[in-house]
Design a protein around this ligand. Structure first.
Ligand SMILES: Nc1ncnc2c1ncn2[C@@H]1O[C@H](COP(=O)(O)OP(=O)(O)OP(=O)(O)O)[C@@H](O)[C@H]1O
Ligand SMILES: [Mg+2]
Length: 240
């Protein structure tokens, strides 16, 4: 079997709020692997640290401990927990995509350009990139009248479709998805599920959190259950 695209070992994250003298546990001792053409799903109760795992891999958060071994397109292995800022930015540009729960966009930027942005960053021609963006938005059933306006004032479900199209467009090798179908109507959720199946068939490795257990059951090749973080006293003993 081919080695995993991502192997996470003993990943933990906690936050030290110095001003308040508090320690907040987030993810605790998480282990799993993600493979090309497969989807690994994270499950667990609210606050178990699922989103924090994705943020650690994307390095929005710097992990407190553990290894996150990523094998890049050239077969080189790199620990995302140790990688430098420049390496992380390059990986975000070329290999690792993240569809977060919220859309970050500039006001006055047309939806087509928001979606095409990852391709612009790779040096794609403007019109070609916008055509691909249009294809994805059509596949996700976003009404065409919205394509030329900014998504800043879109509804939750409309924003989520823009966010997904933007995450899919550059065909990342590793795609992180945080509740991608949570605010979609059933018909649109089905379209997104079909797109995720298509990405899998094309070899994309995915790590995802789904709001509905039924969707996890349909799409996941591996399921990893996160347990709630330990009591503060336990955590203090561990990190002492
Ligand atoms: N930046 C932060 N500063 C302080 N605490 C944080 C931060 N980010 C996350 N946490 C804490 O870490 C814990 C895990 O949060 P996380 O968002 O990963 O949970 P989750 O499993 O994704 O939950 P949900 O299912 O509700 O989305 C929570 O208790 C949260 O308050
Ligand atoms: Mg979450």
């Amino acid at each position: 079997m081919k080695p995993p695209v991502l192997q996470v070992e003993g990943y933990s994250k906690h936050f030290e709020l110095h001003e308040q003298g508090k320690l907040i546990p987030s993810s605790h001792n998480v282990n799993f692997s993600v493979h090309a053409g497969e989807l690994t799903a994270l499950i667990g109760p609210t606050g178990a640290g699922k989103s924090s795992v994705l943020k650690g891999i994307y390095r929005t958060y710097l992990p407190s401990s553990g290894r996150m071994l990523y094998r890049d397109a050239n077969g080189r292995e790199l620990d995302l927990a140790q990688a430098g800022e420049h390496q992380i930015l390059e990986l975000r540009r070329w290999e690792i995509g993240f569809v977060t729960q919220f859309l970050h966009c500039l006001p006055r930027q047309a939806t087509l350009d928001v979606v095409a942005q990852p391709l612009f960053a790779l040096g794609a021609a403007r019109e070609e990139a916008r055509e691909q963006a249009a294809e994805l938005l059509a596949a996700m059933n976003l009404p065409q009248r919205l394509w030329s306006v900014s998504p800043a004032t879109f509804s939750g479900g409309e924003k989520q479709r823009v966010n997904l199209a933007r995450g899919f467009i550059a065909k990342p090798r590793l795609l992180l998805l945080d509740e991608p179908t949570a605010s979609l109507d059933p018909a649109t959720a089905e379209r997104v599920i079909a797109l995720i199946e298509g990405l899998k068939a094309n070899g994309t490795a995915m790590l995802a959190i789904f709001h509905h257990p039924e969707v996890t059951g349909r799409l996941a090749d591996r399921v990893v259950e996160l347990s709630p973080p330990p009591a503060i006293e336990e955590l203090l003993k561990e990190i002492a």
